[in-house]
Write a protein that binds this ligand. Structure first.
Ligand code: SF4
Length: 428
């Protein structure tokens, strides 16, 4: 079975695509590129912005053109929003998020195989404990939470991913154990609103502590500032750098008026205090964040406030999004900032983000950093530092090893360097 999978959007989609491939084992799938002729194409879509939607439509057309005979299945957030349109573009089956757990069964039946109840997760599409062929086998994502109850004014996700659900922690630990046995070196916890996690009595901090106690290296994907409590910071401090000293705390805007208008549940003062506490408490802490350029009603002064706040926070990376109105969201009915202005503000934020990254990375020149080697291309090893800088290395190393590397150059967001010594053989 020649299978092609295209995943758009966030880490949650990635982990779901990978788990799906694991659940299709009975088809004996070989993953091939879209243009190499596939029998089955799965497109896992995103709808967070209008450009994500347009990418999804492009992928469906491309899949149909390249594979006229294939069974093309479209799933994910855009499948929730525009199922008819996706079918018109050539999808044979459109499976929205709320029916994602049925995906393996639908596909197996289409290819004449029984949908073994064991291959169909009963209520929720958490992942399989057994991975497909897509995941990077050094760093693997575990999904522990889905949905969002928060209802930020600009965000369509609650409509597309439903109410918050939490994976029972013993189930997540079992998956982690299986991944560690299979040679995975770092577990990345992920969810739509990860910090709301309630599948462990100690919340997200409790789960991280359990994983760290098992000896796993643990990283958190994006987390909401108001969900990041002292308990989590303390666990990160205690286990750094095994629990990675990095948080991605979505800021969105540096204006208190806009934070309130957008239904965000923290103030600038709260965010500032949280980040200062993390810098103080956690050795080697690095912050990354998201901001949205041109939220509805944003004034020039408020945009300047966001720029100034970012300067103050010293993030190592900022993802800048241009605001686009999403259907049936409160923000879409507010007075809009003209598109040209939104784009110009995006450019200014992006330039600042680049400068701030450079200011954080330049002092690392000549220093020795720890890197987990995740892949090789040609004679170069690629990986990340615990504080989540990308690294590109020359010198002796193997995938899965943790090495000490000397930083020789900074190129964009990447530290370039040379391997000096082995820090740790892969644990398995
Ligand atoms: S917390 Fe806000 S921005 Fe994040 S998914 Fe929920 S509604 Fe969207």
């Amino acid at each position: 079975m020649r299978l092609s999978v295209r995943t758009l959007g966030c880490k949650v989609n990635q982990v779901e695509s990978d788990a799906l491939v694991g659940l299709l084992k009975a088809l004996d799938p070989v993953v091939v590129p879209l243009e190499a002729g596939a029998d089955l194409v799965v497109i896992n879509t995103c709808a967070v912005t209008t450009s994500a939607e347009s990418d999804a439509r492009k992928e469906v057309r491309r899949a149909r053109r390249a594979n006229p005979e294939a069974f093309v299945v479209v799933t994910g957030c855009y499948a929730e929003l525009a199922p008819e349109l996706l079918a018109e573009l050539g999808a044979d089956a459109v499976v929205p998020n709320r029916r994602k757990a049925e995906l393996p069964g639908i596909i197996l039946q289409r290819f004449g195989l029984p949908a073994d109840p064991l291959t169909t997760p009963p209520n929720e599409f958490w992942g399989a404990g057994e991975r497909g062929l897509l995941n990077n086998y050094v760093r693997a994502f575990i999904k522990v939470q889905d949905g969002c109850n928060a209802g930020c004014a600009y965000c369509i996700i609650p409509r597309l991913r439903g109410r918050e659900r939490h994976r029972e922690y013993r189930d997540a630990l079992e998956e982690a154990r299986a991944l560690l046995r299979a040679g995975v070196q770092e577990i990345v916890l992920t969810g739509v609103r990860l910090g709301s996690y309630r599948g462990h009595p100690g919340g997200i901090a409790g789960l991280v502590e359990e994983l760290a106690g098992m000896g796993a290296k643990v990283r958190l994907s994006s987390i909401e500032p108001e969900d990041t409590g002292e308990e989590l910071l303390q666990v990160m401090r205690r286990f750094a750098p095994q629990v990675r000293p990095h948080l991605h705390l979505s800021l969105q805007t540096g204006s208190d008026r806009l934070l309130a208008l957008m239904g965000r549940r923290y103030s600038k003062a709260y965010y500032r205090a949280l980040v200062e506490r993390a810098y103080d408490l956690i050795p080697g802490f690095a912050l990354t964040t998201d901001v949205i350029a041109g939220l509805p009603t944003e004034t020039e002064a408020e945009h300047q406030e966001t720029l100034a706040f970012l300067e103050e926070l010293r993030p190592s990376r900022v993802h800048v999004f241009t605001y686009t109105p999403r259907p049936k969201t409160r923000a879409a009915s507010l007075p809009q900032v003209p598109l040209e202005v939104r784009k110009r503000r995006n450019r200014e934020l992006t330039l600042l983000a680049q400068r701030l990254a450079e200011e954080r990375m330049r002092p690392l020149l000549g220093s020795r950093v720890e890197v987990l080697v995740e892949s090789f291309r040609g004679d170069r090893a690629y990986g990340h530092t615990p504080d989540y800088y990308q690294a590109e290395l020359t010198g002796p190393a193997r995938v899965g090893q943790t090495v000490w590397a000397r930083v020789e150059a900074v190129a964009g967001y990447t530290l370039q360097g040379r391997v000096e010594a082995l820090k740790e053989e892969p644990a398995s």
